[in-house]
Every structure is written in C-alpha cells, then in structure tokens.
Design a protein around this ligand. Structure first.
Ligand SMILES: [Zn+2]
Ligand SMILES: [Zn+2]
Length: 259
C-alpha cells in the first residue's frame, strides 16, 4: 500500500459556505465536519477517490452550519459514528443523532490507531474545539474558527508535520467591506475568526523544523485575497522544505502526505 503508516490529508471545501476535511492513515478515514449536502459531499468524496462507506468516524468541531449542516444526514445514511463534545451535542442541530459519541474537550481519545486531541478554542459557538491528530510520531493540526490565539492553543499545536490554519480575512478589507457593522464586529472579535496578521504571528510561535505543509484554510471570499495570504505567510521564516497551500471554498485542497 502506498503511503502506509503516513498521515494523508485533504479538504473537500473550506470557507463559510461549507467545510469538510479528511484525515487518513492506512484504513482509518476520519471526516472532520461536513457543511455540505449529502449529494454534494458524496461527489466531493468521489473526486478524492474515496466513498462515504469508507469513513470510520465523523468528528465535529462546533455546530455552525458551515461545519455541521450535512453531518446528521450523512451519519444516518451510512451509519457513521459522530464524535462531538457535550456543548455541541446540546445544540438543536444535533438532536436526534443516532450514532453519537461524546468526548471530553480536555481529554485525548483514540479512533483505531489515531490519537485525537481536542483543543478548546475561543469562538462564538457553544463549546468550540479544534483537533490535533497523532499517530506514528506524526502530527496533524487543524485550527480554524477562533477569534484569537491563546497560550493553550500555541502549546497544543507545536511540532506539527501538517498544519491547517485559518487565514480568514484581511482586517482592513473586512472593515472597509460590505458587511453590516454587527457582522464586522463578530468576525473581528475575540470569538470570531483569525485574520491574516493573527495567523502569521501564530506561525512564528508554532513553526518548527518538522513542518512539511502549511495549508491556509477558511479564507473569506469577500474579505481576503490570496496574494495577501501568501504575503503574510512569506513574511514569516518558514523552513525551506515547508510547502504552502491555499485551500479554497470549491476545491479545498488535494491529498497531501507526510513524508
Ligand atoms: Zn466556519
Ligand atoms: Zn464557526
């Protein structure tokens, strides 16, 4: 088997219109969030050469519809276990889930050989968390949907081989843009989303010699520009071997594998 025992990761879409990320190692295939309809996610899975029947488990970060909308239908149709914390499970969107497994946001747990570390993040949902995955001394960090970086977050995301990091907006663009004032203050607030500057500052804290891939995630189509994201990443001292990828709403990004 190609890429045996190596983490391999893809996003089927990333942004406020829908998120879904796949983390695979050997036969274990984890889907983090599903903000897409059943038809849509089935076709996006197919584009990446996998099918819903292969999904071992769905993990949910929080109940916002760009992450949660398609979770119940997909889980019911294919009888896939869904893991989330108690706060998220108490939201009405999660009512009636048949294959629900609760985790404690402050405790790691295992799915097959993969250690899942939930990380609590400041975001305006009931109990937002993000995830760090570990297996065979490899580490994949997913970090989106947070208003600011906390010391705890910085500590949890050290030494990743693959880091999927939110670059939501350029502050100046957002403030000058068409959003109503309430939405502007929500997005830029402490419980909103990371801007380019916050994300690139985080890189100086979390960058390490191991980092092979940095993927910019959850870019705002309205309030960001790919050149600005690239610029803010280039301003950081990335290692020469670190590849930078920008995920987008329609295509996400194709499979990448820890070497
Ligand atoms: Zn989101
Ligand atoms: Zn959110």
């Amino acid at each position: 088997v190609r890429d045996a025992n190596q983490f391999t990761v893809t996003a089927l879409g990333s942004g406020s219109k829908g998120n879904a990320t796949l983390i695979r190692i050997n036969d274990t295939l984890l889907l983090v969030d599903n903000g897409f309809s059943c038809k849509e996610i089935e076709s996006r899975l197919q584009q990446r050469g996998v099918s819903a029947e292969q999904i071992t488990a769905i993990l949910v970060t929080h109940e916002h519809s760009d992450h949660f909308k398609g979770v119940p239908t997909l889980s019911h149709k294919y009888q896939i276990p869904v893991h989330m914390n108690l706060g998220t499970s108490l939201h009405k969107n999660a009512a009636g889930l048949k294959h629900l497994h609760l985790f404690n946001s402050h405790q790691s747990f295992k799915i097959d050989g993969i250690t899942v570390n939930p990380v609590s993040v400041p975001h305006d949902s009931r109990e937002a968390c993000q995830f760090v995955f570990e297996c065979n001394q490899q580490k994949v960090g997913l970090l989106t949907d947070l208003g600011h970086i906390t010391p705890y977050v910085t500590e949890q995301y050290q030494d990743c081989d693959i880091l999927l990091l939110e670059f939501n907006h350029q502050r100046e663009l957002l403030l000058a843009g068409p959003y109503p004032a309430s939405l502007k203050s929500r997005v830029t607030g402490n419980y909103g989303h990371l801007c380019n500057v916050q994300a690139s500052e985080f890189l100086t804290e979390a960058i390490c010699h191991k980092l092979q891939y940095l993927v910019a995630m959850h870019l705002s189509e309205e309030n960001n520009k790919t050149e600005l994201v690239k610029e803010s990443i280039n301003n950081q001292k990335l290692n020469a071997q670190t590849q930078v990828i920008l995920a987008d709403q329609n295509q996400g990004f194709d499979w990448i594998t820890v070497q």
